[in-house]
Design a protein around this ligand. Structure first.
Ligand code: S3P
Length: 186
């Protein structure tokens, strides 16, 4: 079956903070000549505010509402690599929307690796606490069943960007060559 670029499916990247969704997503989009979009960027652009300010001023629940709106918007796209915020998996409706036109890959990493990558950064409100490593461990344990709702899990600890990208490309190309690729998500 031939599909035009307009109809072709999205690659959706979910996963905990610091698993590399943005870096992997941008590279994948360039290599596969797909458009790139990030739900966190859409939220910041549409609201004109930083995510940390939304959390601080309005709280996490308000942020999650904006996130769901952004998900609905990006889910209507085609031929795009969509990176998402780490908590997008927490609402089932988000995952249903993202799977409509997309294959969902969850990037994973060990808590220690995540801490090494993001522990020193200050723009993630959920990790601005005295013991971020313990928080990462407990959030990962709590969120594991939600991340496992992705179509494919992709390990990133100990792997280079090119290995991760080659893995995702291989799976994605296989799926999109199969004319029945939509069936599991219909
Ligand atoms: C969050 C992850 C962040 C951002 C917000 C909440 C989370 O995105 O959406 O700070 O709940 O895990 P990244 O995963 O891109 O850091």
């Amino acid at each position: 079956m031939k599909r035009s670029a307009k109809e072709s499916p999205n690659i959706v990247l979910v996963g905990f903070m610091g698993t590399g969704k943005t870096s992997v997503g941008r590279r994948l989009a360039t290599q596969l000549r797909m458009r790139y979009v990030d739900t966190d960027d859409i939220i910041e652009r549409d609201s004109g505010r930083r995510i940390s300010n939304i959390f601080e001023e309005d709280g996490e629940a308000a942020f999650r509402e904006l996130e769901s709106e952004a998900v609905l918007k990006v889910s209507k796209r085609h031929n795009s690599v969509i990176s998402t915020g780490g908590g997008v998996v927490l609402k089932e409706a988000n995952m249903i929307a993202l799977k409509q036109n997309g294959v969902v890959f969850c990037l994973t990493a060990t808590p220690e690796e995540i801490y090494r990558r993001v522990g020193h950064q200050t723009h993630r409100p959920l990790l601005q606490i005295p013991d971020p490593l313990a928080e990462i461990q407990s959030m990962l344990a709590e969120r594991r069943p939600y991340y496992e709702e992705a179509d494919y899990m992709v390990r990133t600890t100990g792997r280079s960007f090119s290995e991760i990208i080659a893995h995702i490309k291989r799976v994605f190309i296989k799926i999109t060559r199969n004319p029945k690729w939509r069936e599991p998500y219909a």
